[in-house]
Design a protein around this ligand. Structure first.
Ligand code: RM4
Length: 260
């Protein structure tokens, strides 16, 4: 078990990649604090999305709590960490995963779309990372922070001019935090998912031509699944990556390198 008796905090953990990270962490022996915001997704039967993942984790014999909060609010990270410590006694891993990607053209993008995307994806990552790092430092036993950056930190998207800078910023945040937090034994790394089929891009990929184009560009021949990313997050969070910090891991099926 790679995360035996660890406490893992996941932001944006009710759906998509975050949900997979929460589940994968529990399967590897962790208790999980799951942040969510606006959980109006009823795709998981009668229970809300977050309650269904809590039940799924408890069915594995691990503990889980659901904590609502918008990571864009600088108080949310502190409250989330406090609830995790209250419930489980300590925090060992932060998966800073919460993010949005409202696809939008550049020239007529309203300030609200730009500012909300930056507030959630970048400011949110900063505040939650800061809150978790302060708790880890106080505990004195190190820790691991894994941010969900993106292939979009490295390449652009015509409908993502607001989004790609935030993913580049998340990657850079982990690089600088690796330096600032190394003295406390806190490792900071990022995963860079490629095109992973989640509700974040369901509308975008509902366009069959777009979906076929993306699949054709991926050497492994398929869109990614959330658990493809979650397994890499578990690795970076685990002691197997004990000498890895300030690094990033592309999880994209070869999409980034595929020029021709
Ligand atoms: C990723 C990448 C994918 C897109 C998601 C929403 O960073 O750009 O292609 O589907 O974001």
């Amino acid at each position: 078990m790679l995360l035996e008796n660890k406490v893992v905090v996941v932001t944006g953990g009710s759906r998509g990649i975050g949900r997979a990270i929460a589940l994968a962490s529990a399967r590897e022996g962790a208790d999980v604090a799951i942040n969510y915001w606006g959980d109006n997704d009823r795709s998981y039967g009668k229970a809300s999305a977050v309650q269904s993942i809590v039940k799924e984790i408890e069915a594995l014999g691990r503990r889980a709590i659901a904590v609502e909060g918008n990571v864009a609010d600088h108080e949310t990270g502190k409250a989330l960490i406090a609830r995790a410590v209250e419930a489980f006694g300590h925090v060992d891993v932060l998966s800073s995963n919460a993010g949005i990607c409202p696809f939008h053209a550049f020239l007529d993008m309203p300030p609200s779309v730009y500012e909300t995307t930056v507030a959630v994806n970048l400011n949110g990552a900063f505040y939650v990372t800061q809150a978790a790092a302060n708790q880890m430092k106080a505990q004195g036993t190190g820790g691991a922070i894994v941010a969900t950056s993106s292939i979009s930190a490295l390449v652009g998207g015509g409908m993502q001019t607001h989004y790609t800078p935030t993913k580049a910023g998340v990657h850079s945040l982990m690089q600088s935090c690796a330096i600032a937090l190394g003295p406390y034994g806190i490792r900071c790394n990022s995963v860079m998912p490629g095109t992973i089929a989640t509700d974040l891009n369901a509308e975008d990929l509902a366009d069959e031509a777009k979906r076929a184009y993306m699949e054709k560009r991926i050497p492994l021949g398929r869109l990614g699944a959330p658990d493809d990313v979650a397994q890499c997050v578990v690795f970076l969070a685990s002691d197997r990556a004990r000498y890895v910090t300030g690094a990033s891991l592309l999880v994209d099926g070869g999409l980034f390198v595929n020029l021709q």
